[in-house]
Design a protein around this ligand. Structure first.
Ligand SMILES: Cc1ncc(C[n+]2csc(CCOP(=O)(O)OP(=O)(O)O)c2C)c(N)n1
Ligand code: SF4
Ligand SMILES: [Mg+2]
Length: 287
């Protein structure tokens, strides 16, 4: 039985394997949204394709489920026309760092006020176990039969290098800790990345629950998350991986704050009624 307003009141089929870490992430997410007091009508979840990308369909709110890797540009556009909404993008490590890797870079550059939750199971789950950009070297898969040779993408180091203002990593097995980090990410004004380690019980038999437990450790209590150089050095640490908020800074203005259309008026674009003629006049007036 659930008490979250983001859960469905009726029985729904959730198409994840029993034991998948995605269930725990869903629990953390619903609890985070409840505790933040987000209204159902004021939330938009956006995703692409994959097991993780099914999440918006399992949250009782508005959502857009689009093409593989294309969640972030859609989320950025939604935030631009509706800055008053809470926009969360969610997806897998393949979706966001592989097929959507280019969009990830440009979202980091633009800094829209979006929280991005990435399920890092270090594999392509939906398509049955091919290597993701995060797969550890040497891992054998049905496609990389002799083992992965390419170096793994390090999303948290990349995000800090791109000056993303909130960069965190957590483990789906820690429902409470993940919830708390999600709350901070949603509250952060600007682009926020939370990379969530998540066991895929069906197609990643190497990086299972025990492996993540054994190969992660919490950041020490005296860790300073406002020091970018130190955060970058920490983010480079792999196996074991540090967990927690690696970097936090609110220095950069958000994408929508910087948009010309909000310089003189804050009314969300979606509420403004414009004819083509008035748009033309407004553009000419700025010349
Ligand atoms: C452009 C494109 N390429 C490939 C696919 C096939 N495909 C669908 S989901 C997926 C992998 C998803 O992996 P990930 O994002 O890590 O999510 P997971 O299922 O592991 O949660 C792939 C390759 C597709 N749908 N579209
Ligand atoms: S294939 Fe893996 S990621 Fe997908 S639902 Fe099953 S356990 Fe979860
Ligand atoms: Mg994956």
């Amino acid at each position: 039985m659930t008490t979250s307003k983001f859960d469905f009141s009726e029985e729904r089929d959730i198409a994840w394997c029993p034991g998948c870490g995605d269930f725990a992430i869903r629990r953390s997410l619903m609890a985070a949204l409840d505790e933040l007091g987000v209204e159902r009508e004021k939330l938009v979840m956006v995703s692409g394709i994959g097991q993780a990308a099914k999440m918006p369909q399992y949250i009782n709110s508005s959502f857009f489920n689009g093409l593989h890797g294309r969640g972030l540009p859609v989320a950025t556009a939604i935030k631009a026309v509706a800055p008053d909404l809470t926009v969360i993008a969610e997806g897998g490590d393949g979706d966001m760092y592989g097929e959507g890797g280019n969009h990830f870079l440009h979202a980091a550059r633009r800094n829209p006020d979006i929280a991005l939750f990435v399920h890092s199971n270090l594999i392509y789950g939906l398509t049955k176990g091919q290597a993701a950009p995060t797969t550890r070297p040497g891992t054998q898969t049905p496609v990389q039969v002799f083992g992965v040779t390419a170096g793994p993408l390090n999303p948290v180091a990349l995000a800090i290098a791109m000056n993303v203002g909130f960069v965190a990593r957590c483990f789906s097995g820690d429902i409470e800790g993940t919830k708390e980090i999600m709350k901070r990410a949603v509250r952060h004004k600007g682009f926020a990345l939370v990379d969530i380690f998540q066991p895929c019980v069906s197609f990643n038999k190497v990086n299972d629950f025990k492996w993540f437990k054994a190969n992660t450790y919490p950041l020490p209590a005296d860790y300073r998350s406002d020091d970018r150089a130190q955060a970058f050095a920490k983010a480079l640490e792999e196996v074991p991986f540090p967990l927690g908020v690696l970097y936090e800074s609110s220095e950069r203005p958000s994408f929508e704050e910087s948009l010309h259309v909000y310089a003189d008026a804050k009314t969300p674009l979606r509420e403004r009624r414009r004819t083509m003629e008035s748009v033309r006049e407004a553009v000419l007036a700025k010349r």
